[in-house]
Design a binder for this molecule. Structure first.
Ligand code: M6R
Length: 608
């Protein structure tokens, strides 16, 4: 996730910017840059790679003696990691410079309009649009230009802005991306997160949506979007640097779980236009979509589990046959690829060796390959014919949570798009799915807020030896992911079974007190699932059920019930997985395991 730092004060800005950016390194980044106002000019340096490269280029900031500046670490979203795409971004005559965290959803529309007005673009970023848009509306008054662009931009943004004509001022504004400001002993500082400012102040102002801040060496003024001044109270930060990096959360995994509502919104909102699904990056005409004969989903670990859900959703909605493969199996099984095959490779890192090999194999056999990838510019993103990015931001915990949730959203969107074009669902049905999707972020948040109840339940199972997860259909896919989450971070043996398979062997493992987590979100399968729950319960199992609100019958077959809010049959995974993530997390915490870095595991598996 991008990191922003800005400073105006008595001291040279550049070393403070570099120091602050260093404190934001944990957020993940691929390039960095700074811009400083000095002697009537804005000077800038930026570079792909580690912050060290930028420090060397600027001699630790010494080459820029100015006292007003902005800095940025970039996590690529629009455009691959490169010097040109790195922030800050200038307008044409280098009189306005911007750093940005977030996604401007309507940037293509804005870019087109600006090009028509004669503006030239040198990067692939959405941020450069902001610099030119400010230029277009700037007639000597920065505040008015900022307010004008706020009315034009859709999406999320935290911005730090400098105007050459106002060399003593630093501007900041935000919507749906975090930004804090604070007074230092000799000036003002802005940052996207607390660790960057802790060395300079512990009293910070959290900028709210659509608030603007104008800072000078000795003043800080807050305004709303109507340019009316606002009074704000600072918050005193008690956290140490380590806690601050995690935003006050005990672990990155918990922080990332809490980032899910935002990440989900960022993934779907640029792709829903009114009552239409627009996935521009798919680059497939309606005719090509109509000609898809088969979809092959290939991935590893949790990404594979997202793919299993994708199979049910794509087949159910779009009526296209789907095969799902583990990449490590696919690459050696000599798969049959006929004309009209679309291969979807799902990967958070975009670097998983088996998934990359499967991609190459599939292309060689003549399939069109779509990557569903989180890391922009990664190998899978580069080698796929087309890429649909999940906008989860960097994920630091080894156990994936938010990236997995965004992979599900990407697959739902593809299913909706294909179903729309192939007319396998009506416009009314599509409208209903769109409304349901827009509700997911709030529903996820609600489930996350139930964490205390799940923690209490988890604490009863810290000594568990085996846990079984059972479900049918999509619920089997949820069970696979719930089980993987638990075993990878708590080291408790756990298995996921298609509930109907129990009686073919697994049921012999059920003993008095064995925990069985039963997932039932598919109404048409309730009765079948309840029979399976009774089967294990009569053999001594303790049954935890995750089911839809309103399924009161469940109490007859379960010992403990967690309800998920109402959604349609296809999107239930996005909700049911939240209590299972929390369950795994609290077991791991309770057992004192290394939650974010479980033993023997790496975040990115670049070897076979
Ligand atoms: O980066 P990828 O999505 O390709 O990674 C795939 C798996 O290695 C990954 O999902 C792994 O299973 C996670 N540790 C699960 O939490």
């Amino acid at each position: 996730m991008c990191g922003i730092v800005g400073y105006v004060g008595k001291r040279p800005a550049a070393p403070i910017l570099l120091d602050g950016l260093g404190k934001l390194e944990y957020r993940g980044y691929d390039s960095a840059g700074i811009a400083v106002c000095d002697s009537g000019k804005i000077q800038m340096k930026k570079a792909r790679g580690r912050l060290k490269v930028l420090s060397e280029l600027t001699h630790d900031g010494e080459i820029f003696p100015g006292h007003v500046g902005i800095g940025h670490t970039r996590w690529a979203t629009h455009g691959e990691p490169s010097d040109v795409n790195a922030h800050p971004h200038f307008n044409a005559d280098n009189s306005i410079v911007v750093v940005h965290n977030g996604i401007i959803e309507n940037y293509l529309k804005l870019k087109k309009k600006l090009i028509e007005k004669g503006y030239k673009f040198i990067s692939d970023t959405d941020t450069e649009v902001i610099a030119h848009l400010l230029d277009y509306y700037y007639h000597g008054n920065p505040m008015q230009a900022i307010i004008k662009i706020m009315h034009r931009m859709e999406g999320s943004y935290a911005l730090g802005i400098l105007f050459k004509d106002h060399p003593e001022e630093l501007y900041a504004v935000r919507k749906d991306s975090p930004l804090i400001v604070g007074h230092t002993r000799d000036g003002c500082i802005i940052a996207s997160d607390v660790p960057a400012v802790l060395k300079y102040t512990r009293d910070v102002y959290f900028i709210e949506n659509e608030e603007i801040v104008c800072m000078r060496q000795d003043s800080m003024e807050f305004f709303n979007v109507d340019e009316e001044p606002i009074e704000k109270e600072p918050t005193h930060i008690e956290w140490d640097v380590d806690a601050a990096e995690k935003g006050g959360y005990e672990h990155f995994m918990l922080k990332e779980m809490y980032e899910q509502p935002r990440a989900i919104t960022d993934t779907f909102s640029p792709r829903i236009k009114g009552r239409e699904i627009c996935i521009e990056e798919l680059a497939m005409s309606d005719e090509e979509i109509l000609n898809i004969k088969k979809i092959m989903i290939v991935a590893c670990g949790s990404a594979y589990h997202a793919g299993v859900t994708g199979k049910y959703v794509l087949e159910g909605m779009a009526r296209i046959p789907v095969e799902v493969d583990l990449a490590s199996e696919y690459r050696y099984r000599n798969p049959l690829i006929e004309e009209g095959t679309l291969t979807i490779i799902i990967s958070q890192s975009g670097e998983t060796a088996d998934s990359l090999a499967a991609l190459r194999d599939s292309r060689e056999r003549g399939a069109k390959v779509l990557g569903v990838v989180n890391v922009v510019g990664s190998s899978i993103a580069r080698e796929a014919d087309n890429v649909m990015y999940t906008w989860a931001g960097p994920e630091i915990a080894v156990a994936t949570t938010k990236a997995y949730s965004c992979q599900l959203i990407a697959l739902y969107l593809l299913a909706m798009k294909f179903a729309q074009v192939r007319k396998t669902i009506s416009d009314t049905e599509l409208g209903g799915y769109i409304e349901d999707m827009k509700r997911i972020p709030d529903q996820v948040e609600m489930l996350l807020n139930n964490k205390n109840r799940i923690q209490k339940f988890a604490n009863r199972y810290l000594a568990a030896r085996d846990v079984f997860f059972i479900g049918r259909g999509i619920d089997y896919a949820i069970s696979l992911e719930g089980s993987l989450k638990l075993k990878e971070i708590s080291y408790i043996h756990s298995e996921a079974y298609a509930a109907g398979e129990l009686k073919h062997g697994t049921i012999s493992l059920i003993e008095e007190g064995t925990l069985v987590a039963a997932v039932l979100t598919q109404e048409n399968l309730y009765k079948k699932m309840i029979s399976n729950m009774v089967e294990v319960r009569t053999r001594g199992a303790f049954v935890l059920a995750v089911t839809n609100e309103g399924n009161h019958e469940i109490r007859k077959a379960a010992d403990y019930v967690i309800y998920i809010p109402e959604t349609n049959q296809y999107f239930t995974n996005s909700l049911a997985i939240i209590p299972l993530q929390l369950f795994a997390y609290y077991i791991s915490v309770g057992k004192g395991c290394d939650v974010d870095k479980p033993r023997n595991l790496a975040k990115s598996v670049t070897v076979e």
